[in-house]
Design a binder for this molecule. Sequence first.
Ligand code: PAF
Length: 284
Amino acid sequence: MKIHCFSSIEEINRAISNLKSQGKKIGFVPTMGALHEGHESLVKQAKAENDVVICSIFVNPTQFNDPKDLEKYPRMPEKDVNRLELVGCDIAFIPGVSDIYPNGNKMLDIHFGKMEETMEGAFRPGHFTGVATVVDRLFNIVQPTNSYFGEKDFQQLAIIRRMTNMMGHSTKIIGCPTLRENDGVAMSSRNLLLTTEQRNAAPLIYKALKQVETFIPYHTPEAVIALATRYVEQSMFLKVQYFQLVNNETLEDIKSWEKGTKVQGCIAVLTEGPRLIDNVSYSL
Ligand code: PAF
């Protein structure tokens, strides 16, 4: 079936009212475009669990704390729409900045406490307010039954769950596993910006996350962090910005190993190009 593309709020509102009046289940995949197999897997899952799949493509300016990062973010809407059509997405919603932010970049007045101060939040001030604002706006427009997000952005997923609750959205948030290249590198739109040397070094990140698994719980969390950091920094092209072992719900740092706690190891790595993030879960 041919995909429908909408860019104006009026058009998408009309389509949503129509679908709602027919009682259709809407699966929603919000993205910033430059789609890869990871996004495709979200669309496929949404397709299997809903009557209609809507994917939004919107490079959200308010979640970029670095204007250069926003400028460089890969954009390829035509290629994206072709990909979406091939995996059976029904509607691509591609709004402009003034459609999403009709009153200038007015942010949602929402706070997530410690959850937004750690990891990504500590290095990207305002990032999660921007994410929460755009996702809240998109949920209001699309009114999805189920919404699909990748677990690669682990902290984002936790914050979106919290925001959904706080704002009273009825959509169910579904976290989907990270898709990896054959060498373990987590799929990401930003990988397109890596040089050959940086891309060749990137597998060390996932290897480090897996490598330290065997040291838990025999070494302290600090020792595990130091070990993973050294492992990644074998490469002169990679510099660990943070590696944190956190409780997978509260995102609080793990101070000691307690049986039954679900621990997430979350890492951000600087290259001279894009910044890469990844995470894995460790069970105790
Ligand atoms: O993960 C992303 O691509 C973005 O942060 C999201 C959720 C689409 C909001 O802009």
